[in-house]
Design a protein around this ligand. Sequence first.
Ligand SMILES: O=C(O)c1cc(=O)[nH]c(=O)n1[C@@H]1O[C@H](COP(=O)(O)O)[C@@H](O)[C@H]1O
Length: 228
Amino acid sequence: MIQDPRDRLVVALDLPSIAEAEAMIERIGDAVTFYKIGYRLAYAGGLALAPVLVKRGFKVFIDVKLHDIGNTVEEGVRSLSGLGATFVTVHAYPQTMRSAARGRANGLKVLGVTVLTSYDDDDAREAGYAASISDLVARRAAQAAEAGIDGIVCSGAEVAAVRAAIGSDRLIVCPGIRPAGSDIGDQKRVMTPREARAAGVDHVVVGRPILAAADPREAARAIVADLT
Ligand SMILES: O=C(O)c1cc(=O)[nH]c(=O)n1[C@@H]1O[C@H](COP(=O)(O)O)[C@@H](O)[C@H]1O
C-alpha cells in the first residue's frame, strides 16, 4: 500500500556522473522520494550512489535489465541485493525471472520488463516476434507471476491486461510516461501520468520530462499531483 503519493513517481537519473545526479537530486529537493539508476549512470560508477541514497531515506530502483544464463542472473541479483535498493529489473524471460527470484535477498523486489516501451508492433516483428505487443506483454506477465517475481514493467496501455494476469499483490511500473504536450523522444507506447494512474499503475518512471525541465522540482510536483 502506497501511503505517500510521492512514492508513486520514480525519477530516472539518466545522467552521466554521480556529481550530476547529486546536483539534480539537490534541485528536485523533497518533491521526489524514489530514484532510478539505469545504464547511463550505473555504467559510469553510479551503482555506488545507491547505498548513499538509501541511507538518506530515498528509495532506489536499480534498472540494469539483466538477461543472461540462469546462474549468472541469480548471482548478479544476489550481488545487487547488497545495495539496499527496492527494485531491480530483468528482462521477462521465464528462465531469467526464475533465476532472479532465487537470487533476491534483503527485501529487493524483482521486476520483469515485458516489452520495451520504445517498441511498437513493427519493431517486434522486425525482432522476429509473430505475436502482437499486447499478446507478448500478457504472456510475459502471466509467466512473471508463475516465476514468483514481484512485479512488471509495461506501458500504460497494458496495465489492465497485466493486472488481470498478475493480480493485486504484484506491482505494475510504467515508463513511457509523458505529461500532455511534452516531447515523446524515442518512446512509442506512451501515456500521461493521469491516464496511467486511472489505469491502475502502482509506480510511473519519468526521466527526460523532469531532467530537461526548466524547473525539475516543479515538473516532478506536477506529475505527483496527477498521480494523487
Ligand atoms: O525498465 C525501465 O525502466 C524501462 C523500461 C521500458 O520499457 N522503457 C523505459 O523507458 N524504461 C526506462 O525508463 C526511463 C524512461 O525515461 P524517459 O523516456 O526519459 O522518461 C529510461 O531510464 C528507460 O531506460
